[in-house]
Design a protein around this ligand. Structure first.
Ligand code: PXL
Length: 277
């Protein structure tokens, strides 16, 4: 069985990061190993949260992995809480990335034109360097704009998006998919650039109005698991788009839906069906 190690926080309550990455990757038929980078009571969109960083554990854990000769088909990083943490994970990647290991980075920094609580321009600057060497990055427009040092806008066209994708790859990522892209009111999806083949592609699906927290983590986890399972990057991105929509639809239909995360649990059967089709 293929194995992914996912590197991000665990929020006890919040349906984000490891709490969604592990079940989604497992549902895709891939072993989901975890490198928890921080422990939070609740994710940072809650009014209150604790934050205990686990950066000191990365090196001792790596040493055990090396002694046991444990390897990974992909390393997938998500929310990272500090610059020191990105330094430590870069070393982890150096030790464990082989030619057969895909490095997939979701440069989690913010959404809707704003950074998440606790992030500063220095975090952004570090993330813009951290993505160097990634096989695929999956930022939203907010994260892309911050990393490129350009103003965030909802007013864009295809040429603008293509230019952003090329500039993201110029930071050292081989491929970039911009998520949450919408050129028509009823459609939303991703725009993708593969700098290796110098090709653009895109895919759009139905847009459901409203804001749904944690969908970025669901998207990135699905791409990673599906790619490792054998889909191309483009097919994996399409499945991630469809699965994110399914999660949002389940949430929108549920009068008891949590405001802090989507009903991905009820959408997992669709993911299992699609990956085994
Ligand atoms: O979904 C991204 C994410 C992951 N982890 C933590 C977060 C967030 C977004 O707010 O706060 C702790």
């Amino acid at each position: 069985m293929k194995r992914v190690i996912t590197v991000q926080d665990i929020s006890c309550i919040g349906k984000c990061s490891l709490s969604v990455a592990l079940p989604v990757i497992s549902a895709l038929g891939v072993e989901a190993a975890a490198l928890p980078t921080a422990l939070l009571s609740t994710h940072t969109a809650f009014r209150e949260f604790t934050y205990k960083e686990l950066t000191q554990q990365i090196d001792p854990i790596s040493r055990v992995f090396r002694r046991l000769k444990i390897g990974f088909d992909a390393i997938y990083t998500g929310y990272l809480g500090s610059i020191e943490q990105m330094d430590a994970i870069e070393q982890f990647v150096e030790q464990f990335k082989t030619d057969e290991t895909a490095l997939i980075i979701d440069p989690v920094l913010g959404d809707h034109g704003r950074l998440y609580k606790g992030f500063s321009p220095a975090t952004v600057e570090r993330m813009a360097k951290f993505i160097n060497g990634a096989d695929l990055i999956v930022p939203n427009l907010t994260e892309a704009a911050f990393m490129l040092g350009i103003p965030f806008t909802y007013d864009y066209d295809e040429e603008y998006i293509k230019d952003i994708l090329k500039r993201l790859c110029a930071l050292g990522a081989k491929r970039a998919a911009l998520t949450g892209i919408s050129f028509e009111p009823e459609k939303i999806g991703f725009y993708y650039y593969d700098s290796v083949s110098d090709e653009f592609s895109s895919y759009f699906n139905e847009k459901v109005s409203g804001t749904y927290l944690g969908t970025g983590d669901i998207f990135a986890s699905t791409v990673t698991g599906a790619y490792v399972k054998g889909l191309s990057y483009f097919e994996a991105l399409k499945l991630a788009t469809d699965f994110s929509l399914e999660c949002i639809k389940k949430t929108a239909l549920d009068p008891d839906a949590r405001e802090y995360g989507v009903n991905f649990e009820e959408a997992l059967p669709m993911l299992v069906r699609r990956i085994n089709k």
